[in-house]
Design a protein around this ligand. Structure first.
Ligand SMILES: O=C(O)CCC(=O)C(=O)O
Ligand SMILES: [Fe+2]
Length: 504
């Protein structure tokens, strides 16, 4: 699977590079061969004309050498030099073999990949209010990336969204496709034809959106100029379908908060708390005496802190190197019965690193010293890379159910290292706490998922917003409660009442 991570998209870029090279050399060799045929045909033509313009063709052919040459040409030369190479063309076979081999070596994206990429775009539109026309112009949140889309691409996005049942968005893209097509340098008769295809989809999308009248008007427009268009069948089909009620999918309540925070806007608060201040902490451990922790508290109770500058650029490179050597997998989310399922809930690829290498030893130590927890209870670090529209919808990190003893307790804390900056989007947000965090490479975000009583803290619900531009990389370390009895002891009174109002 390619679209879910920027890393694996690299391979696609390589595939395209190979395709370009192969095609270019194929065309060159074809061109050479064509030049050769043309020269040979010219030569034959001269001979043929010379012969037939002789006053007496009879006499010409009566000459044994002439007769021999004509017969040789027809028996051998035409076949060997022209007909055979044109019909079965070595270069062509070599070329298709090469292209096929590319597919087996690198893999080749299929229809589902295209759908995945389009879903990613739709997700970005939904969360960041991006219009299809801005995206088509290559403008994202006012920044122009100089990669505008052609009408065909917008049309394709519209079609894919239609197939995904995203009719409103499909319509939006189809409209952009129409505008671009009308201003494109295509031949006029082609434009009319393409317009009809787009209108046919727009008609169906309108129908699905409960607007059969508009659907009918569009179909009529098509049939006026092209009476034999497949819109005929579409009209019959739509007429035959009883207009059932379109059940609008209701958005979950957290979506509004999630969307706002992803855009870097805080929700209005009833009372404004004292602003939190950054500080240096050189006392947490002797290790930090010379280089104190740069702490940015972003929430109190539950505490969420960002520790800046925890990993150097070189350390990050080593971690990513190590991760690259492991196979990255499409992230799964724990489903019912503990089975992992691959859902759009989480679109990224990930791998797990132990704490054996030099750099991972430091990472483990940093985590131990900053969190105060015993790494004996830590899972391996999960390194993840988010691709097009990559996201992780709001979730808690704890499991919260009766865990088997092997789990050594639930996930008491989350340490998330940002292993990259993200050009646009990709914030980490806490919808119940009104907190958003833009990723900052080298920073570490840490919070507790459990109360001191080890009851789950529902306030820690959080999410990774869709990445708009860039490649987001994070490294997560989850520490379990099993070994931390002396590191974070229970209080005499339970504090779990604090999250009671946040369960849903
Ligand atoms: O990507 C993010 O910012 C959050 C990731 C996350 O919550 C997780 O991996 O559990
Ligand atoms: Fe998480």
């Amino acid at each position: 699977e390619f679209y879910s991570s920027v890393d694996s998209m690299h391979e696609l870029a390589q595939v395209e590079e190979e395709l370009l090279n192969a095609t270019r050399s194929y065309l060159e060799s074809q061109q050479k061969q064509l030049d050769f045929y043309r020269r040979y045909v010219e030569q034959l033509k001269r001979e043929h004309e010379w012969a037939t313009t002789q006053s007496k063709l009879d006499e010409y052919l009566g000459h044994p050498l002439h007769a021999f040459r004509l017969i040789k040409r027809l028996v051998q030369d035409w076949d060997a030099l022209i007909l055979e190479p044109i019909v079965d063309n070595d270069a062509r076979e070599e070329f298709s073999a090469h292209v096929e081999a590319l597919g087996t070596v690198f893999g080749y994206p299929d229809q589902s990949e295209l759908q995945g990429a389009v879903k990613g775009l739709a997700r970005l539109q939904a969360v960041y209010n991006l219009t299809a026309s801005h995206l088509a112009d290559g403008v994202i949140n006012g920044v122009s990336y100089g990669s505008d889309l052609r009408w065909r691409e917008c049309y394709e996005i519209g079609v894919q969204l239609f197939d995904l049942g995203e009719y409103q968005r499909s319509l939006e893209w189809l409209q952009v496709a129409v505008m671009l097509l009308q201003n494109s340098p295509e031949k006029e008769e082609d434009v009319e034809h393409y317009l009809s295809d787009i209108r046919e989809y727009a008609s169906m999308a309108n129908f699905e959106l409960g607007n059969p009248k508009k659907a009918g008007i569009l179909l009529n427009q098509i049939l006026e100029s092209q009476p034999t268009h497949s819109a005929q069948q579409t009209r019959k089909y739509l007429e035959s379908r009883a207009l059932g009620k379109i059940d609008q999918e209701t958005n979950p309540t957290w979506l509004a908060n999630y969307t706002m925070l992803c855009q870097g806007r805080r929700l209005p608060e009833e009372r404004s708390a004292d602003p939190l201040k950054c500080y240096l902490d050189g006392k947490r451990h002797a290790y930090f005496t010379l280089a104190p922790l740069q702490v940015e508290p972003v929430h109190l109770d539950p505490d969420i802190n960002v520790y800046h500058g925890m990993l150097s650029a070189n350390q990050i490179l080593s971690i990513l190197d190590e991760a690259e050597k492991m196979q990255m997998f499409r992230s799964a989310v724990s489903g019912n019965g503990g089975n992992s399922t691959v859902k759009d809930l989480r679109v990224s690829q990930q791998t797990w690193l132990d704490y054996k290498s030099a750099v991972m030893k430091s990472v483990g130590r940093i985590n131990e010293l900053v969190s105060g927890f015993d790494m004996a209870g830590a899972e391996y670090m999960q390194v993840a890379n988010y691709g097009v529209g990559g996201q992780y919808e709001p979730h808690p990190d704890y499991f919260g159910v009766n865990l088997p003893v092997e789990f050594k307790g639930d996930r008491i804390s989350t340490s998330m290292f940002y292993l990259s900056d993200v050009e646009q989007g990709g914030y980490t947000v806490f919808p119940k706490l009104n907190v958003f965090l833009p990723p900052v490479s080298g920073a570490l975000v840490m919070w507790h998922n459990l109360h001191r009583s080890l009851d789950v803290d529902a306030r820690t619900l959080h999410a990774g917003c869709p990445v708009i531009v860039g490649s987001k990389r994070i490294g997560n370390i989850w520490v379990h409660s099993g070994y931390q009895e002396f590191r974070r002891p229970c209080h005499l009174t339970s504090d779990s009442y604090k999250s009671a109002g946040y369960q849903n």
